[in-house]
Design a protein around this ligand. Sequence first.
Ligand code: AMP
Length: 276
Amino acid sequence: MIADPAAMSAWSEAARGRGERIALVPTMGALHAGHLSLLAEGRRRAQRLVLSIFVNPMQFGPQEDLAKYPRDLAGDLVQAASVGCDLAFVPEAAGVYGPGFQTAIEVREVSQGLCGARRPGHFVGVATVVCKFFNIVQPHVALFGEKDFQQLAVIRRMVTDLNLPVEIVGLPTVREPDGLALSSRNAYLSVADRQRARALFAGLSAAKALADKGEGRASVLLDAATAEIAARVDRIDYLEVRAADDLKPLDRIDRPAVMLVAAFVGGTRLIDNLRL
Ligand code: AMP
């Protein structure tokens, strides 16, 4: 494990000097099988596999769960080693955001709406920290989950726009047997809320079933999803159909599309999405 960003960079420079490819999987820890799927794919794509664990204060709003976000460093290190991870980069906030820190990266259009609208500043925090970690770790390839679909789009856009020399790989969402997307925040759910949380995937699946039969009107697909979700969650934060590549709103499914949802179950805000 390395905490010091300068030591992390020195490790990567030595690996690069030996001609080794480096894969990076950025996370906030509390690892689950979704994170492990990213690590396993990173293992296949590079000689060196780095996991970063950093609960990034810059991407949390003042009313959000930064203080109570689940943390299990010891357990994470065991799980990471089990899939062949070479190194965990676990910096302190003070090491990432030094004295006088004042720079931010804003990926404008893809960050609009959805989580970008409900969590002001969230994607500026994400883009800034991911860019910093790319500079510190210097990976050849970095792996992210489609679970955070808008985040993946933001990172792809940033890498293209800023000519960052890293390949971005997006991987499918890993789910529980009943369809619930794995998330570190699922740990917040009571037993009853865990049951209700199935509604998100049930709703997305109902919409996808209609789309598979040829229904192209977003409004009809949204009605089908709403019927499943609204009755079981406390509040739908957003439910939208967007283009899969640039996340532009769609009225008709005339190009690759994705339905995205955020909803509150108990006090927990869950997100999910499904390609249509
Ligand atoms: P996190 O630490 O959970 O915010 O996310 C770290 C990385 O894991 C991100 O790229 C997420 O998209 C990804 N991830 C989170 N949950 C899942 C999941 N259920 N399946 C696949 N990837 C995931």
